[in-house]
Write a protein that binds this ligand. Structure first.
Ligand SMILES: *[C@@H]1O[C@H](CO)[C@@H](O)[C@H](O)[C@H]1NC(C)=O
Length: 305
């Protein structure tokens, strides 16, 4: 037995010696060429990094001022639809890029001069070509070169997301969640939003800006006073409940009125324009109508539909 074993290993060693050309490419292949999964992981990670990179100030500015044409191709499919809990559903490319990029804070437009100034994808996996999951930390600081506060670290925003990609590696569906939006707003603004005085101020500011931005065919209110009186009767809401017929929903959509006033002005007006409206309690669970796939099939590998 021993003899036979030795004979076999010697035969193998000789085979290896006499045909190194055959053995070498096999070794080379298994060590140097990434597996198909690794290729897709890399591609999908690049897409996600490209998306979050455009939330970093000032990368989002061209999109705010010039719109969709400034979004590099390959990040979002033209047919993209998705959801961001607690902000709402986004039914088109335009809605999606506005959520991701036009809502990213601009320092000149908030009291604290906060902006996202860097990000890190802290968790990422992509087990198949079309699906990935990620967690991103969006690091925020004060951007105000004339102030001693410049560069001061502010609260970090977190987003947890599942993504579906088309065959070219662009995002076609997303299901994202910001677990700390309200506490982030409260800590960066330094004002508890449940404070009645802060709420009165917020409504006055919302109405003043609405009147400034929503004019002509986009006009929502006869006067600032009418706006203040009407909206003072509505629930204030909070940033963990930003999809509803409330003030917080309107303050978010007010930001977007500078990008597409014809589309977003109705959202900040008296009716809420189908966006800042009371939503059914299961609004965040309507995957079938949002994504057009059977429940549980959009963000899973080996989907059979
Ligand atoms: C981030 O975006 C900026 C501006 O659009 C671009 O110049 C830069 O190359 C991007 N970086 C990465 C890593 O994608």
């Amino acid at each position: 037995m021993m003899f036979c074993f030795h004979l076999l290993s010697i035969a193998c060693a000789i085979a290896g010696l006499v045909s190194p050309a055959r053995a070498w490419p096999i070794w080379w292949l298994s060590n140097k060429i990434p597996s198909p999964t690794a290729v897709y992981e890399e591609r999908n990670l690049k897409t996600i990094q490209g998306i979050y990179n455009l939330t970093v100030y000032p990368n989002q500015l061209p999109i705010i001022t010039a719109g969709a044409s400034q979004v590099p191709s390959g990040l979002f499919s033209q047919n993209v639809v998705g959801r961001v809990d607690p902000v709402g559903d986004f039914h088109s490319f335009q809605d999606s890029i506005e959520y991701f990029f036009a809502l990213s804070p601009v320092p000149q437009a908030n009291a604290v001069r906060a902006a996202i100034t860097s990000f890190q994808i802290t968790e990422f996996t992509s087990a198949c070509a079309n699906v990935a999951a990620s967690v991103v930390y969006l690091f925020c600081t004060v951007v105000n070169p004339c102030s001693p506060d410049h560069g001061k670290q502010l609260a970090t925003l977190k987003q947890v997301a599942f993504w579906r990609f088309d065959d070219a590696g662009a995002v076609v569906n997303y299901d994202a969640w910001i677990p700390n939006l309200n506490s982030w707003v409260v800590s960066t603004q330094g004002v508890p939003i449940s404070n009645p005085q802060a709420q009165v101020q917020a409504i006055q500011q919302l109405c003043a800006f609405t009147q400034l931005r929503c004019t002509g065919a986009n006009t929502q209110w006869a006067s600032t006073e009418e706006c203040v009186t009407t909206l003072s009767q509505r629930p204030f809401g909070n940033y963990d409940e930003a999809w509803g017929d409330n003030i917080v929903c309107r303050t978010i959509h007010l930001v977007l009125t500078q990008v597409r006033p014809d589309h977003h002005c109705p959202h900040v007006g008296p009716t809420g324009g189908g966006k800042c409206v009371d939503i059914p309690s299961n609004a965040y669970f309507e995957d079938v109508s949002l994504y057009g796939n059977p429940l549980g099939k959009t963000f899973t590998c080996n989907r059979t539909t």
